[in-house]
Design a binder for this molecule. Sequence first.
Ligand SMILES: [Zn+2]
Length: 304
Amino acid sequence: MAGMRSLLALCFMILAGPAWGWGSAGHRETGALAEAALRGTPAAAQVRRILGGESLASAAIWADCVKDPQRDPACSVFGVAEMAAFEQRNPGHRRWHYTDIAIQQDRYDERFTGARPDDVVHALQAAIARLQHRPVPAPFKFADGPAGEHEALRLLAHLVGDLHQPLHVGAIYLSPGGRALDPDRSGDDPDTHTAGGNLLIFDGGQQNLHALWDAAPPRPSRVASPRRPQGPLQAWPVDWAGETLLLARLAFEPLRFEAKTGKTWPLVFTDRRAYERQRLQAQARQVALAGLRMAELLKAIWSR
Ligand SMILES: [Zn+2]
């Protein structure tokens, strides 16, 4: 039995993975939904021109493959030299997948604790700028010519997904005793950082909250066409981050945190079944919403 249990634990770890951002299954779903929503539009022709034979579903996992090409067999379709060149040009690319806005805030603002010039909002803005042939801000460096467009579209396809994962946007900051703090009032202290939920553990430390939220649901739900954000395309990621931040409250508020031991805080679910139901619903909705929004964004980039 002990052997079986450790085998099951191992399977779960492989499926959930560390800090993988929706897992590749979720990212692939998002890309596939966007592709379906784009069919027959001018943007679809642009996507085909840039990606060649690569689908948006496949392109959507590339940014995670750059982090670890061994992580998923699906990464083997991507050129190793290409990924290495991107990584060399962009040594900080691992930090582009998330931001850490405190859940006490009700919107994304780059002046808030946890926002960075190289966070997921800024990285998505950089990818949009590259596809619009506008200047790309530091520290983002895309290749010259068509290769750079390809990198930017792959990055966009991935980051729209990450931006809809609540724990890639909203963060809880905790005192050593496990009390929620507002870092924009009390000041930022690295000891209060919970690393996107990676430091919040349960089931005797076998699991962490980030991995739980990364695990994609089996099927995205049907969602109504989302409204288009107001303003220029650069403002869209800010708008979406604000909405995901509000959802992140649902991920943290039903939990209680015990005192920090070592680097982690053990968490307690007030009602685990209710939490799981809400989580699966939220994930199914977010994966679907991200797909439709990715399509809207691509249509808007190539609207002229
Ligand atoms: Zn990611």
